[in-house]
Design a protein around this ligand. Structure first.
Ligand SMILES: [Fe+2]
Ligand SMILES: [Fe+2]
Length: 499
């Protein structure tokens, strides 16, 4: 963890040439105010302090969140609430040795830009700085690194977190603890970081007065935090129920919470669209374009599949934004034919050693893991026990869980329940992950899980994939003031290996 204040150091501002090798710099502790974050962070909470980079941050006060990584490319999404100028990336394969500089791109205040970086080598760690040139100053950021996709057989790590819920200040969210968790995850050299939803809650907004700007603010609020992990480890988003990025809210106009949420999501976070590396949703939605809500890719020996019921279902899956009761008949909720057929094809066509599937929750609503995995289109049965699948989904060969079993899915990861639980059903691990920043370290919804190993918040989940197995670890995190012997941040509370 950082301590003290770093003296800011100005670097020569390279402008019209590739950078020569820059001397290595010492690891300096980082601190200090970042004005744009003070306005973006939840009221009453301290400003996030980025750590783990090498060198001083320079004059750029915005954030970098990497996305869409492949074996040969990555995209840096750059955003600053109040700075304008140009930005480019200084890149190399050794610390402090930058052999490339991307073309400068104009950056306007409060307007994210994507800097694509291609022609990379697979299975390689790259070191980079963001070069900012603006009226108020110029210079490179601290150095960070990321890694391209490994070849088959390569060992790598990825991380996961559930429901960060920054709107639930004090009850389920503490800014200092969130920074600690993201900082610890960033230090793990994760190839990427998966967020399982309920990170950009639109539900706290008043339906009578909601605006596009308010919805977008839910997404910019997370930028200072996600810049901590996202500048090192590309971020993949999974849609949650409180985000209200959902088909039932479309009204044919550009002015509804679904369009506002998905547009903010896709402009502020570089998410995958179907291409040579990713498969995913090809649907073009009016006023949004590609949704980028479900997608799959292979990384080393593992297949990763992110699915989403909220855009798939024509009706509200969980809580209706404009009021009303939740649905009692969840046969009316669906991932949709297109997503189902894509999921089936994706699982069947993959020969990956490990297959991981991610969603906010089984069916996007309810509580529990294997307890609800036997129900509706996920498991085929109605709550009364009758197998109504053939009648309710006549064009689907088998329920979703059976697709997992038939295609040897290693594990299904979900959030939503705010508890860490490992279960198993028919050889498939069902893993619920914790909240990252609950200062009360609560054990929510334990009654919904009738089997399995359960742990309370807070922390993140780390998975190491190697030729000998996929090791899943629950890394506990505490506020410094809450640490005691036996309650130490970074401790692995529980781990297991998927063969
Ligand atoms: Fe949720
Ligand atoms: Fe949640």
């Amino acid at each position: 963890m950082p301590s003290g204040h770093a003296r800011r150091r100005r670097w020569p501002a390279p402008r019209s040439r590739f950078l020569p090798a820059v001397a290595s710099v010492a690891v300096l502790a980082l601190s200090g105010c970042r004005p744009q974050e003070a306005t973006a962070a939840p009221s009453g909470s301290p400003t996030p302090t980025p750590t783990t980079p090498t060198g001083t941050e320079g004059v750029f006060r915005g954030s970098i969140v990497l996305g869409r990584p492949t074996d040969r490319s990555v995209v840096a999404n750059v955003w600053s609430v109040d700075q304008a100028g140009t930005v480019s990336l200084l890149v190399g394969t050794a610390p402090g040795q930058y052999t490339r500089r991307t073309a400068p791109v104009a950056l306007a205040a409060d307007t994210p830009v994507e800097l694509p970086l291609g022609d990379l080598t697979p299975a390689t760690r790259y070191y980079y700085r963001l070069q900012f040139d603006g009226a108020a100053g110029s210079g490179p950021s601290a150095e960070r690194s990321f890694r391209t996709a490994p070849v088959a057989g390569g060992t790598f790590r990825f991380g996961l977190q559930g429901d960060s819920h920054p709107e639930r200040l004090r009850s389920q969210f503490d800014s200092v603890l969130y920074v600690r968790t993201l900082t610890a995850a960033a230090a793990d050299s994760l190839d990427f970081y998966v967020m399982l939803g309920d990170d950009f809650s639109v539900d706290i907004l008043d339906p009578a007065t909601i605006t596009a700007a308010q919805v977008r603010q839910r997404y910019t609020l997370q930028r200072p935090y996600l810049g901590i992990i996202g500048a090192m480890s590309p971020v993949f988003l999974v849609n949650g129920n409180h985000e209200q990025a959902a088909r039932y809210l479309l009204d044919g106009t550009p002015n509804n919470p679904a369009v506002w949420a998905q547009t903010a999501r896709n402009t502020l976070y570089a998410q995958p669209a179907p291409d040579a590396f990713y498969s995913g949703n090809p649907e073009q939605v009016s006023h949004i374009g590609l949704l980028r809500n479900f997608y799959a890719f292979t990384w080393g020996d593992a297949l990763f599949v992110m699915i989403d019921p909220y855009w798939g279902s024509p009706v509200c899956v969980d809580n209706p934004f404009f009021g009303g009761d939740k649905r009692s008949d969840l046969w009316t909720v669906t991932h949709g034919d297109a997503q189902y057929q894509w999921l089936k094809r994706t699982l069947e066509q993959s020969s990956a050693k490990y297959k991981f599937v991610f969603a906010h929750h089984v069916m996007g609503t309810g509580r529990g893991g294997v307890e609800v995995a036997r129900l509706y289109e996920w498991g085929g049965r109605s709550p009364n026990g009758t197998t109504d699948f053939a009648a309710r989904r006549p064009t689907w060969p088998v329920p979703i869980h059976q697709l997992f079993v038939q295609n040897k899915v290693s594990a299904f990861f979900q959030g939503h329940d705010h508890i860490w639980v490992r279960q198993e059903l028919d050889g498939v691990v069902y893993q619920a992950v914790s909240e990252p920043a609950d200062p009360n370290y609560s054990l929510f919804n334990a009654d919904a899980y009738t089997t399995g190993v359960k742990f309370p918040n807070s922390g993140y989940t780390r998975v190491t994939v190697s030729p000998t197995g996929a090791k899943v670890e629950y890394v506990r995190m505490y506020k410094a003031t809450d640490e005691t012997p036996g309650r130490t941040s970074g401790t692995v509370a529980y781990s297991y290996v998927i063969q």
